[in-house]
Design a protein around this ligand. Structure first.
Ligand SMILES: Nc1ncnc2c1ncn2[C@@H]1O[C@H](COP(=O)(O)OP(=O)(O)OP(=O)(O)O)[C@@H](O)[C@H]1O
Length: 311
């Protein structure tokens, strides 16, 4: 019995496609020739120092701003079409919430506007704001307002959820439950894209990390890949007696040295060679530890290297 086999030639439409996109404000290139593809089910963190172009990128993706050059596609259509079709839910950084309406009224409005809306009470419950449903929106604390914004972003069944610094102002437990909810969304096959300054969140939650700097993509990979890209490793040890700081600063492959009391902390691009040279100085390091960089340090190393190259 012959079985028909068909070779599936799936040219998967990316969830988001940026093709050589630039956005200029006067003399500032907020986004500079950015090309990017996001795929279904990915949880993607967008990192970058202040002014790197994160918000502008999200605004372009949501059709709130238009590219000067290049093309932005969302599910193969224009951002506007994708939003009108209810495929995108968004939570913006400072999106003003309407005054003088209650939380429930506002959520109801968002549900009415969404082509694939969930029930209002479900949306309130998922965002953890059932208790404050009758509160006026302009009477909320910062963290509560963030939860309401989150409710608006998840008022319906969207395939892509875009979040600009979603957990700013949330306390630890609000943050944890927020990310638990976001994970559920991703597990159901949705794509989640979030901009953040909390690198530990990116490390814990994202399966892909984008590092933006001056509107350009400096790194794109898993958190582990980004850490590896930064190249450096951390070395720490204790020394007895007087510490010869000059000798330590002359060690090979250093990117930084920090000496406090008897503890030496070094960042090195070749940890083996550096440690070898420490012994070469005739020193006897105690409690020697060599570790990879955290995402935060990797991020600082990558963006600092780029700054140095440009200046
Ligand atoms: N409406 C605007 N007019 C002029 N310049 C702007 C405007 N919006 C953004 N910019 C500039 O574009 C660059 C990118 O800004 P953007 O807000 O996208 O960065 P960001 O990465 O989101 O920063 P942050 O982490 O501080 O929120 C910055 O230099 C900013 O000053």
């Amino acid at each position: 019995m012959g079985t028909m086999t068909t070779t599936a030639v799936t040219t998967e439409t990316p969830v988001v496609g940026f093709d050589q996109v630039s956005k200029v404000y006067g003399t500032v290139r907020a986004v500079d020739g950015l090309s990017l593809r996001l795929h279904p089910g990915e949880t993607v963190a967008l990192l970058g120092p202040n002014g790197a172009g994160k918000s502008t990128t999200l605004d372009l993706l949501l059709g709130l701003k238009h590219a000067d050059t290049g093309e932005v596609r969302v599910f193969g259509t224009s951002p506007r079409e994708a939003i009108v079709a209810g495929r995108v839910g968004a939570m913006l950084q400072s999106g003003g919430l309407m005054d003088e309406v209650t939380v429930e009224e506002l959520v109801r409005l968002a549900c009415n506007l969404h082509p694939k809306a969930y029930g209002v009470s479900d949306v309130l419950a998922r965002a953890g704001i059932t208790q404050i449903a009758d509160r006026k929106v302009n009477k909320l604390s910062g963290g509560q307002a963030q939860r309401v914004r989150f409710a608006l972003a998840t008022a319906g069944d969207s395939d892509l959820i875009v979040l600009d610094e979603p957990t700013t102002g949330m306390d630890v437990s609000a943050r944890q439950s927020f990310w638990a909810t976001m994970r559920e969304q991703a597990d159901q096959g949705r794509t989640v894209l979030f901009a953040t300054h909390y690198l530990e969140e990116a490390d814990a939650i994202a399966d892909r990390v984008l590092v933006l700097h001056r509107g350009r993509l400096l790194a794109d990979g898993t958190a582990a890949e980004i850490k590896a890209k930064a190249g450096a490793r951390r070395i720490s040890f204790d020394l007895d007696g007087d510490i010869d700081e000059t000798a330590l600063r002359g060690l090979p492959f250093l990117s930084s040295v920090d000496i406090s009391a008897q503890t030496v902390r070094i960042q090195s691009t070749d940890a083996d060679a550096t440690v070898h040279a420490v012994y070469g100085l005739g020193l006897y390091p105690r409690n020697l530890e060599v570790a990879g960089l955290g995402l935060e340090q990797a991020f600082v190393a990558i963006t600092a290297a780029e700054e140095a190259q440009q200046s």
